[in-house]
Ligand binder design. Structure first.
Ligand code: ATP
Length: 592
């Protein structure tokens, strides 16, 4: 419980002082509530006297009324937080999570699945706010009221107090079992929930592929497996908690029966007045109620704990440290000095003693087999992660001394997968520079060959991408992302050969856009087709995480036995490849 409380304070964030004050009010309200129940003891004892001292009886009624009113007033203050701050805590938690995700090292971010993060920022944030606002005060009540009432019963009659203490002692192991089984159960449920959220996101994103392969129904095997797992996790969690929960509740009820039995024996022996017994039974019933509720509440607490833990995990991810001594790069030469880098959780390094200099305002093409480490090189330039050995520098400044925003400010990227937001085309381009004027946006769009097709749309730049989403061709999406990069006007450009997946016609317009983007900048391009980088200032062959060859196209071809020359020959051969004539003899084709 101390852990949950700590997590709740973390989740309350900027509202932690209000949360603290609320817990204090809640504690006071619960103590007053318990005192109100306890005031039945003297009241009923008085009423069972012969003769009844009317004045005294009214006095206790007055005390009872005063306590009830006081509790009511305190609960009103308590509810100020319960109801008033719920949405504020939710919003604050989401903002803090957003801030953390923004600062999160790119490697960490890439490691986490989209569905996972969606459930942390969505459902988990809501559950955490509910826990902080409503559950916490309920918890204070559930603990305070039985403790105070137990002490009252013990003070009035130690024998009956012992019966209650024995019942609590007997019920506790069962309550702990409920806790333990629901703890493991609900963590499993939470993981299953996250897995199914991931799969649903994946399913929706991959619908066109699933449809093409006939797996789009609700019985899609990828979806069905994870949903079945979620169902099983939920049933298992409920089942494992059900038996000990019922046992704990039964024990609490049996304790009441035992109390009545022992009390009756004491009354028969004239060791206890009937009025006092009735008062104690009334009090003890109040004592038992929260106890049996506590077992049910365990379920809610475990669910909240799982949500709070997942939020805490994200909030605890530290941004990459920024070493002191960072200065603004004076030029934009990129340099890898003996860089060795392994991805988290991988023993084998992806880059080994990697050396590379990309002179300012020159174009360097990275070529090499799939998985050789080309993308990793471009990632390290944007400080995706820090290398384990060696140094990556921009303009002689070690990237470790620059914060992520400082690094990314100098870099524009164009990758094959273009992410367009569900916003206007204008806003999608302006992402490169949010304060850009319409004229600047249009100039970038013209340079990227975007203007022509946007001008043909009825709403022009105000067309929402979501509304025409799939109507945009691959080439058009690429051009929007190039316009974004042109508008950003960063001195360094990283490209993952954007024309690789396009047909010849789109390729020409996209290539024009790329040419305008890269002019006069320091450029690193990952090239899949060697024909596109024949004119590069420098071609670097990456193989097994090392630079194996370097030079201009002509220099590299001169080494006829070298890797580059062999790749060149292979790609030329592929270009002239034709489908064998079909039986009809009509169909011919060529490789992309
Ligand atoms: P391709 O041409 O196919 O895109 P590449 O040359 O760009 O390949 P990289 O993407 O840099 O190669 O990958 C190099 C190696 O690092 C591969 O073995 C890959 O599986 C691994 N790798 C890439 N990204 C990650 C990651 N986020 N976590 C762990 N390993 C990774």
């Amino acid at each position: 419980m101390r852990r949950i409380l700590r997590l709740m304070f973390t989740a309350a964030g900027p509202y932690a002082p209000q949360f603290h004050a609320t817990l204090r009010v809640s504690l006071a309200a619960s103590a007053v509530q318990a005192a109100a129940y306890a005031s039945f003891v003297p009241l009923l004892a008085e009423l069972s006297r012969d003769p009844v001292r009317t004045g005294r009886a009214w006095l206790w009624v007055g005390v009872l009324a005063a306590l009830v009113v006081t509790e009511g007033a305190l609960r009103v203050r308590e509810s100020g937080f319960t109801y008033g701050y719920w949405h504020l805590v939710t919003q604050a938690t989401r903002l803090r999570l957003g801030e953390r995700l923004r600062a999160m090292p790119q490697q960490e971010l890439a490691r986490r699945a989209a569905g996972d993060l969606t459930s942390v920022v969505g459902a988990n944030a809501t559950a955490a706010a509910t826990a902080v606002s409503a559950l916490s005060t309920l918890f204070v009540q559930l603990v305070t009221v039985p403790v105070v009432l137990g002490a009252v019963v013990l003070a009035v009659d130690w024998r009956l107090g012992l019966v209650l203490a024995a019942a609590v002692g007997a019920a506790l192991p069962f309550v702990r079992r409920v806790q333990r089984s629901s703890n493991t159960g609900f963590h499993a449920v939470d993981e299953a929930d996250a897995a199914s959220a991931n799969r649903i996101v994946e399913y929706v994103q991959g619908l066109p592929v699933f449809k093409a392969t006939g797996q789009a129904g609700a019985d899609s095997p990828r979806l069905a497996t994870v949903l079945a797992h979620q169902h099983h996790a939920q049933s298992a969690a409920n089942r494992s908690a059900a038996a000990p929960l019922a046992a704990a509740q039964l024990l609490v009820r049996l304790a009441l029966v035992a109390l009545v039995a022992v009390g009756s024996a004491l009354v028969v022996d004239a060791k206890l007045s009937l009025g006092l017994l009735v008062a104690i039974v009334v009090t003890a019933a109040r004592f038992a109620e929260p106890l049996s509720m506590a077992a049910v509440m365990t379920k809610l607490f475990e669910m909240s704990e799982a949500a709070l833990t997942r939020i805490d995990e994200v909030l605890r991810v530290e941004p990459l440290p920024v070493a002191p001594g960072g200065t603004e790069p004076k030029d934009f030469e990129i340099r890898f000095e003996h860089v060795t880098f392994a991805y988290d959780g991988r023993d084998e390094p992806t880059l080994r003693a990697f050396d590379l200099t990309v002179p300012e305002r020159s174009l360097t093409a990275l070529v090499g087999p799939s998985g050789s480490g080309k993308t990793t090189v471009t990632r390290l330039i944007s400080r995706f992660a820090d290398p384990q050995h060696g140094t990556v520098r921009i303009g002689r400044v070690d990237l470790r001394t620059l914060g992520p925003d400082e690094v990314l400010r100098h870099i524009a990227v164009v990758f094959q997968d273009v992410y367009l937001f569900d916003d206007t085309i204008r806003a999608n381009i302006a992402l490169g520079r949010p304060d850009a004027t319409d004229a600047q946006i249009e100039a970038a769009a013209r340079a990227a060959n975007v203007h022509e097709f946007v001008a043909r749309l009825p709403l022009g730049y105000d067309t929402r991408v979501g509304e025409i989403g799939s109507a945009l061709s691959g080439g058009e999406r690429q051009r929007i992302s190039i316009a974004r990069a042109i508008l950003k006007d960063a001195p360094i450009v990283l490209l993952d050969e954007p024309t690789a997946a396009l047909d010849t016609e789109s390729e020409v317009v996209v290539q024009q856009a790329v040419d305008r983007l890269v002019a006069g900048r320091t450029v690193v391009v990952i090239a899949h087709r060697l024909s596109t980088v024949v004119g590069a200032d420098q071609i670097v062959v990456v193989d097994g995480g090392r630079v194996t060859q370097r030079g201009t196209h002509a220099e590299l071809l001169a080494d006829a036995e070298g890797r580059y020359a062999r790749m060149w020959t292979a790609q030329l051969a592929a270009r002239h490849w034709h489908l064998p004539p079909t039986e009809a003899g009509a169909r011919t084709g060529h490789a992309p």
